[in-house]
Design a protein around this ligand. Structure first.
Ligand code: FAD
Ligand code: FES
Ligand code: FES
Length: 1270
């Protein structure tokens, strides 16, 4: 379609952004506000995390005058979905607009930083803006309001607790421990806790709402003027904003294929991810008739452009005002809205948009349908009302005596919302009706076994379980209502009562305990809870991430072309359509590589670009380079590749076992006499467990900027990577130059978690090859869906085991086989060293297979095979306890290692502290009392059950590849006394640079403020190991210490000469005396090396230990669960920085919680990943943290094997979230007991609602199974 005729009508978009007037003459309808802020205005504080409204990293505040409400409204929006054209006459406030380091911080920025709520900081600006928007509307919110404001924000690092704690200070709840403080001032204070504050709340600046930026008066004037139709014509799309319903209908008649867009929360997704294209867009957001909610005789009439937030406000007010029986539907809508996306989405998404999307999983349509709501549909000259016959009712159930007429509708059971047609209306509400209704629903609500979305048995069971909940609800209401009229109806049995309650989360509370630096050592910065050194910059948006680096003038953007087949030969590649897209410069592929196309972190068993064969969906085949990212991505989608498909396509571990597709060598470890162990055992059991994979979901996706330097083959790379040296080496290999021509620079990452250890190198190499080819700087930041598709994640595992054990639960022998799904290359695949977890099994044989499959190569992720191995250990431990009928905690305790014991890989356990952690955790959690309460609760409740579990962890610290256990540092002292520190580690949010500054500060005896780290780079410290294996503080800390010692020795003569002088005096004196004031430091971990052949040597320098207790509550009818309590005691040695260490414990724990209870990667049988963004792949959110969380760092546990007696902390705590999984299993055990099911049962990880519901076998699951033979 040609727009030359429209162009003459194109208007300017006029907005005010951070108090600056912006007139955009050529507003591009396809451009989002986010792209405009970042690329056109250079406001890079607002981040891109997902581009689909699911992570909140792009949150900004929009303010506008609402003519229909005659007031100014402020609301948080996702800039990644907001079309620039929708912001005409709006004011936009970004994180840069509310405060800065240079001018003045806003209290919202200050508090998140000082409360240690910012680790990598990539989520921080979005969270800051959500909080800011809340405070603009409500300067003294409740904790509930705060939690609601964060429903649309994700953080992958912090575990959320510190953010909520920091912002609690703004709330009216305030106070200690979630406002639950008792008279003694702290609800948690007791004899064995000594709480020290991680920050001082009294230092916080006060919030002064009168100081906020006012709504620009010029916008107010403009907004009040009569509106006229607006047209914005872009490269391919025309955007028209009519101002009356009549105009809209006229336009729709003129452009029948035009797409209506209000919030763009559906259309934006379709255009970005489903490759749909709408040349004409009509935006009815400002049409008065579509923006009002009118009261009618039947209820309320809601305009199609009314946003969900406005709808919620109006319905809440009506519920308060009207009699209860008139507001049942309103309450149902409000309940649905509680679960509907985050606030940023609800603030812009419209009711009409939700109805017209007609999604099978729409949240509102089932309620509208069940309530017989009428839908008015208009076109020019015509109006239809659906359904015509039934009147709109404002309550869902009409009572006649206690005979009931019901309409039941379901989402998620068909391509559209469906109504149960066979319902038994006009019947008495009793058990007989319940039984018939369940049978009828079981028959009617059927799904084919291959229905899209899977979970067929679960969805069928849910239809009945939800009806049952509804039945109980009605029964309860009937008993109350009819009692008033003198009719007695039996109420719901007390033990069933919780099935009628809504799922509510209490406000969280927490305690952190650590050993404070003793009095008299207050100058010692090591051990102090110092704030992350970048936290304030992160909170103001001033921290620079890779994609925030300003664009070079001649810079190009790169988009990947990836395989859509899992195993195939490439027959041809047609780039003609792609090259015709405006701005496209080149298509890059294997033939453009001047050096070697083979790559890989350890063995070179994969390609940079697929040559003639692809081995997974997402295999990189080529790349398009163009003037903008939009053009590059559009062209990449236009590249046509034809394939010849190959067999077999191996996707799962089971496929690999069937095809014997394993990487070599197959490793095994054996100790003791396994055959004899089984003979000596009273019993033997067999079991299996599958543990799903996990996406790292660092908030900042992979990003590289490659800049050719134009001479001698030099290339400079700015990369978001944990492995600067590996990136350098692999890029040099591909470019065919030596490593000394390539510099890799890393300022910081927006999270890594192992995912940027090896997988990032492939993208960097592709970008470098492209930059080399076009001889211009090239940048690529992957979109979330590409990142998830291309980079792989944590290995899925499958284990089967045979355990011999005594009547008292003592395990005598174990044979375990572990399979991990490595994907299409070996990358970094490990298994066996953690299969014992913390248990001493006298006779053990373990074998580990690394499966080669047609999935993108899996890789490192926090814990790296360890959590999976330990999880399977806990599975057989749980089976043994259930078989013996003994409390699981007794069986675990009895089998636990002791000081001086040997692991299966023959390493002696010295300074073993799990037993101390265990005892302290039992106390901290009040385990015994809690257990009694759980048992009592379970006796009193049939449909909700509670479970409790205590789980230990032992985690080996070191790279198992011995050569990686080395580190270097460079310390430069300038003549003014300032110190520039460089070391081999990278900063990904874990606070490594902060800890390293603390180490240098203590060693040199100078304040942290004199020391600066600017970046990690391969031209300052060579041959660095990846920042991984939790060992970076140990390794780099020692290297820094050694460098500082060298400098101190050189300065000693000047100290001796001038003992009363200060650091600057000694430095100056040394300088004038021509002393070398730069020193290298180096460290290698001693005595490492393990030999699988002889089962001898030491794979680890030492072990980190911890124990956690968790309590959960499950809803047996839906499978959902609440995390009620977690206590953690973690041995981190003598903490270098308790605030950072507690941050790592909580963040790691929450990632483990995701791994074991929430996160599920779903693939099609032919290897296509369905879950490619936060919409489909759920990581823990604010609402998932334990309602009560206590974290204690073990006291008096110095570790002589690491810098200043500290211990590694990054990976070890992750596994402690297994306590939540086994608490869920405990609760399911209680539910199964109600159906007389006892003994071991298989529960795979993650314990999703589907798995929990299916495991809680009852009459409803049986009904579904008997109907459908499952
Ligand atoms: C992160 C995220 C989370 C979400 N969560 C949920 C959820 O929990 N539950 C849920 O049900 N949905 C959810 N959605 C889907 C979506 O937000 C809703 O369907 C929303 O109500 C759509 O409204 P909108 O104004 O943004 O629609 P748009 O994207 O603007 O339009 C959607 C469709 O409606 C049509 N349309 C819009 N207005 C009109 C009109 N006046 N007349 C005729 N047709 C019209 C459009 O042409 C288009 O086909 C989510 C979306 C995102 C991005
Ligand atoms: S980037 Fe906008 S919500 Fe994730
Ligand atoms: S600090 Fe929240 S994602 Fe890293």
């Amino acid at each position: 379609m040609c727009f030359t005729t429209y162009c003459q009508y194109s208007h300017n978009v006029f907005s005010i952004i951070n108090s600056v007037q912006i007139t955009e003459k050529n507003a591009e309808p396809e451009k989002t506000l986010l792209t405009y802020l970042r690329r056109n205005l250079g406001l890079t504080g607002t981040k891109l995390g997902c581009a689909e409204g699911g992570c909140g990293a792009c949150t900004v505040m929009v303010s506008k005058y609402h003519p229909h409400q005659n007031r100014i409204i402020h609301y948080a929006v996702n800039a990644c979905l907001a079309p620039l054209c929708s912001l005409h006459h709006c004011a936009v406030t970004t994180v840069e607009g509310i405060g800065s380091m240079a001018s003045k911080l806003h209290p919202v920025q200050e508090r998140i930083a000082k409360a240690h709520g910012s680790q990598c900081g990539f989520c921080t600006p979005g969270i800051v803006m959500s909080m800011y928007a809340l405070l603009r509307n409500n300067p003294q919110p409740s904790m509930h309001d705060v939690q609601e404001a964060f429903q649309g924000n994700l953080c992958r690092c912090t575990g959320y607790r510190p953010i909520l704690e920091g912002y609690r200070s703004f709330t009216k709840d305030g106070g200690c421990c979630g406002g639950k403080a008792q008279s003694n001032g702290c609800c948690m204070t007791n004899e064995h806790t000594q709480e020290h504050k991680l920050y001082d709340q009294s230092e916080f600046m006060p919030l002064d709402p009168t100081q906020e930026i006012i709504f620009p008066p010029e916008l107010m004037v403009l907004s009040k003027q009569p509106q006229r139709e607006l047209r914005f014509a872009g490269e391919r799309v025309l955007w028209i904003q009519p101002c009356s319903l009549e105009e809209l209908l006229e336009l729709k008649a003129t452009y029948p294929n035009a797409k209506l867009v209000v919030g763009n929360t559906e259309v934006g997704i379709e255009m970005k991810f489903k490759n749909l294209f709408y040349p004409v867009i009509l935006a009815p957001a400002y049409i008065p008739e579509l923006n009002i909610i009118q009261n009618t005789q039947d209820g309320k009439r809601v305009g199609a452009s009314v946003t969900l937030t406005v709808l919620g406000d109006v319905l809440r007010a009506a519920v308060k005002k009207l009699p209860a029986h008139q507001t049942e539907v309103f309450k149902a809508v409000l309940e649905q809205l509680r679960w509907f996306a985050g606030q940023q989405i609800r603030n812009v998404a419209a009711v009409g948009g939700n109805i017209m999307t007609a999604s099978p999983i729409s949240d509102l349509n089932p309620v509208f349908m069940a309530a017989s709501c009428k839908l008015t549909v208009m076109s020019k000259g015509t109006t239809f009302i659906f359904p015509r016959q039934s009147p709109m009712i404002s309550y869902s159930i009409r009572l006649q005596s206690f005979y009931i007429y019901i309409r039941i509708s379901y989402g998620g059971m068909a391509p559209v919302t469906v109504l149960a047609t066979r319902m038994l209306s006009g019947r008495q509400w009793n058990e007989e009706l319940l039984e018939e209704a369940c049978t009828s629903l079981a028959e009617e609500m059927s799904l084919s076994p291959s229905a899209p979305g899977g979970m067929v048995t679960y969805r069928r069971t849910l239809t009945i379980s939800l009806f049952y909940k509804f039945f109980l609800n009605v029964q309860h209401k009937l008993s109350l209502d009819l009692l008033k009229e003198g009719v007695t109806v039996e109420d719901v049995r007390p033990e069933y009562a919780t099935a009628t309650e809504l799922f509510q989360l209490d406000s969280p509370s927490s305690v952190q305990l650590y050993q404070a630096v003793p009095p008299g050592y207050s100058d010692d910065v090591v051990g102090q809870p110092i704030m992350h050194l970048s936290a304030l910059k992160q909170a103001t948006g001033e921290a620079i991430y890779c994609d925030d680096i300003p664009c070079y003038e001649n810079e190009l953007h790169l988009a990947l072309v990836t395989s859509t087949k899992a195993h195939a030969l490439i027959k041809s590649i047609d780039t003609s359509d792609a090259m015709a897209v405006p701005g496209v410069v080149a298509f890059i592929s294997a033939k453009d590589i001047p050096g070697s196309n083979m790559t890989g972190p350890v063995v070179y068993d994969e390609t940079v670009f697929a040559d003639d064969k692809v081995t997974c969906v997402g295999h990189i085949v080529g790349a398009i380079v163009a003037d903008t990212q939009a053009h590059a991505q559009r062209a990449a989608k236009a590249v046509k590749i034809s394939y010849e498909e190959l067999q077999p396509v191996i996707v799962t571990i089971q496929d690999a076992i069937a095809n014997k597709s394993f990487f070599q060598p197959v490793r095994s470890i054996e100790r003791g006499d396994v055959a004899q162990g089984f003979k000596d055992s009273d019993h033997i059991l067999h079991g299996e467990m599958h543990i799903g994979g996990q996406e790292q979901f660092y908030l900042e996706t992979n990003c590289t900027l490659a800049v050719p330097r134009g001479e001698d083959g030099e290339m400079e790379l700015f990369v978001s990577t944990q492995s600067a040296s590996k990136t350098q080496a692999l890029v040099a290999k591909a470019l065919g130059v030596s490593a000394n021509r390539v510099v890799c620079r890393v300022k910081r990452m927006g999270g890594g978690f192992g995912g940027k250890e090896s997988r990032s190198t492939i993208l960097s190499t592709v970008v470098a090859v492209a930059a080399h080819t076009v001889k211009r700087p090239v940048r690529c930041m992957l979109d979330r869906d590409e990142d998830m598709l291309v980079t792989g994640g944590r290995h899925p595992f499958f284990g089967h085991y045979k355990v011999g054990y005594m009547n008292n639960g003592r395990v005598m022998a174990l044979e375990v086989t572990l399979y991990s799904n490595a994907g299409n290359s070996l990358d970094l695949s490990l298994a066996l060293f953690h299969m014992d977890n913390s248990y001493n099994i006298p006779n053990i044989r373990a074998t580990g297979y690394v499966c080669k499959t047609n999935l993108p190569s899996n890789s490192a992720f926090r814990g790296f095979g360890g959590p999976q191995g330990m999880m399977i250990a806990e599975s057989w431990m749980s089976d043994v306890a259930l078989s013996c009928g003994l409390p699981a905690e007794e069986v675990r305790r009895m089998n636990m290692y002791k000081e001086g014991d040997f692991t299966p890989f023959s390493q002696r356990l010295d300074n073993f502290t799990i037993d101390r952690c265990w005892e302290e955790c039992m106390q901290l959690s009040d385990f015994n009392k809690r257990k009694d309460a759980v048992e009592q609760y379970n006796r009193q409740h049939r449909w909700t059950k509670r479970g409790l579990s205590i789980i230990p962890t032992k985690f080996g610290i070191s790279f198992t590849a011995v050569f990686l256990n080395q580190a270097g540092a460079l310390v430069l002292v300038y003549s003014d006394g300032s110190v520039l520190l460089t070391h081999g580690g990278t900063e990904m949010g874990q606070g490594l640079h902060t800890k390293m500054v603390q180490v240098a500060s203590k060693t040199l005896g100078i304040p942290c403020s004199k020391i600066h780290i600017t970046e990690t780079s391969t031209n300052t410290v060579p041959n660095t190991s990846p920042t991984a294996a939790s060992a970076s503080s140990d390794l780099n800390g020692m290297a820094i210490y050694n460098a500082c010692q060298t400098l101190l020795q050189r300065l000693q003569p000047y100290k001796d000469k001038n003992p009363k002088g200060c650091w600057e005096d000694w430095v100056k004196a040394a300088y004038f005396d021509r002393v070398h004031l730069s020193a290298n430091g180096f460290y290698k971990t001693p005595d490492l090396g393990y030999d699988f052949e002889t089962n001898s040597g030491r794979p680890f320098n030492y072990f980190s230990y911890g124990v956690a207790v968790s309590e959960v509550e499950i809803d047996c009818l839906t499978g959902s669960h609440k995390n009620l309590h977690t206590s953690i005691v973690m041995d981190v040695g003598k903490s270098l920085n308790p605030a950072l260490d507690i941050g790592q414990v909580e963040g790691g724990f929450m990632q483990g919680l995701g791994l074991f209870t929430l996160e599920e990667l779903r693939y099609s049988p032919d290897g296509y990943l369905y879950t490619r963004g936060p919409g489909m792949y759920k990581i823990p959110a604010f609402g998932d943290i334990p309602i009560e969380l206590k974290v204690s760092l073990l006291r008096d546990a110095p570790n002589e094997k690491a810098i200043f007696s500290s211990k590694a902390v990054g990976e070890p705590p992750l596994f402690l979230a297994a306590s939540v999984f086994y608490a869920i299993k405990d609760a399911i055990t209680a539910a199964r007991a109600e159906s007389n099911l006892t003994g071991p049962f298989r529960l795979d990880s993650p314990a999703t609602p589907e798995r929990i519901r299916n495991a809680c076998e009852d009459k409803f699951t049986k009904l579904v199974c008997s109907n459908f033979h499952c």
